[in-house]
Write a protein of this length. Structure first.
Length: 225
C-alpha cells in the first residue's frame, strides 16, 4: 500500500519542521511519501524535495493547503493518505500499524489515539478528547482511496469555520457510512497549546495557550497572556 503523508506548514520554526519531516522519512512502512505544502512562507531547506509545493498564504489553519496536498497525492496514485500537522510527529511505526489495521479490517478509514505534549515539551499523557467517536483529530487518520471524496471538506467551505473544520470533517466521515476501524496504540504525538487540555488536568494554563470561543455565532481564537 502506497501511503501519502500531507503536511501543510505556515510559520513554524525550522527545528519543529525537521522533527515532523524526519518522523515521516523514518517510517517503517517503506512505501511512504511526504507532501509538504508551504502556506505562504516556504522554507528554502525543503524547496528541492520532490513533493514540496509553495502556495500563496491561505491562513485558514492549513485547510486549503491540506486539501490541495490530498488532491496531489491522489493524482500521484497513492492508495491511502495520512495527515500530519507541522508541529506534530509520528512514532516510527505509525503508518505501518495503521495500514495493518486497515488491511485486517478492510476499513476505509482508520483512526488512532494521540499522545499530548505540553508547550514546554514535557509529556502530558494520552488524549481523552480524540477518542474516535465524539471527535477524531486531524493527524489521527489513515484514509483509503474509496474515501478520498470526503477530503474536499477541508477546502470547499466558508473560511469562517476553518477554526473548527476538523470537527466538520469528522462529522462528514461519520455520516459517510464507510467502515471506520480503530488502532489501539497512540503513535501520533501532538504538542498542545489548547488551554482546555491543561484545564482538564487541573494544570496552570501556560502563557501563549489558546482557546476557541464562540461570539455571536462566530468562532474566534483567544490567546492567554
Amino acid at each position: 500500500m502506497k501511503v501519502a503523508v500531507v503536511t501543510p506548514y505556515y510559520k513554524e520554526d525550522l527545528d519543529t519542521l525537521i522533527r515532523c519531516r524526519t518522523s515521516v522519512v523514518r517510517q517503517t512502512h517503506s512505501d511512504t511519501v511526504h507532501f509538504m505544502l508551504a502556506d505562504g512562507f516556504p522554507r528554502k531547506e525543503f524547496k528541492k524535495l520532490k513533493f514540496h509545493v509553495e502556495l500563496p498564504a491561505c491562513a485558514d489553519y492549513g485547510d486549503t493547503p491540506r486539501m490541495i496536498g490530498c488532491a496531489l497525492a491522489s493524482a500521484h496514485g497513492v492508495d491511502a493518505i495520512c495527515m500530519l500537522d507541522a508541529d506534530c510527529w509520528f512514532d516510527i511505526d505509525h503508518v505501518e500499524r495503521l495500514v495493518k489495521v486497515m488491511e485486517k479490517e478492510d476499513a476505509s478509514i482508520v483512526t488512532c489515539p494521540r499522545r499530548l505534549w505540553r508547550m514546554d515539551e514535557s509529556y502530558m499523557g494520552v488524549d481523552t478528547e480524540s477518542e474516535g467517536d465524539f471527535f477524531n483529530d486531524t493527524n489521527c487518520y489513515l484514509i483509503r482511496r474509496d474515501a478520498f471524496h470526503l477530503l474536499r471538506v477541508w477546502g470547499l467551505k466558508d473560511k469562517s469555520i476553518s477554526i473548527i473544520n476538523d470537527r466538520m470533517v469528522w462529522g462528514a466521515i461519520k455520516d459517510s457510512g464507510l467502515k471506520i476501524a480503530r488502532a489501539s496504540k497512540a503513535t501520533l504525538n501532538y504538542t498542545t497549546s489548547f488551554a482546555v487540555h491543561y484545564a482538564w488536568r487541573n494544570e496552570e494554563i501556560p502563557k501563549g495557550a489558546k482557546g476557541i470561543h464562540e461570539v455571536d455565532g462566530k468562532f474566534e481564537m483567544v490567546v492567554y497572556e
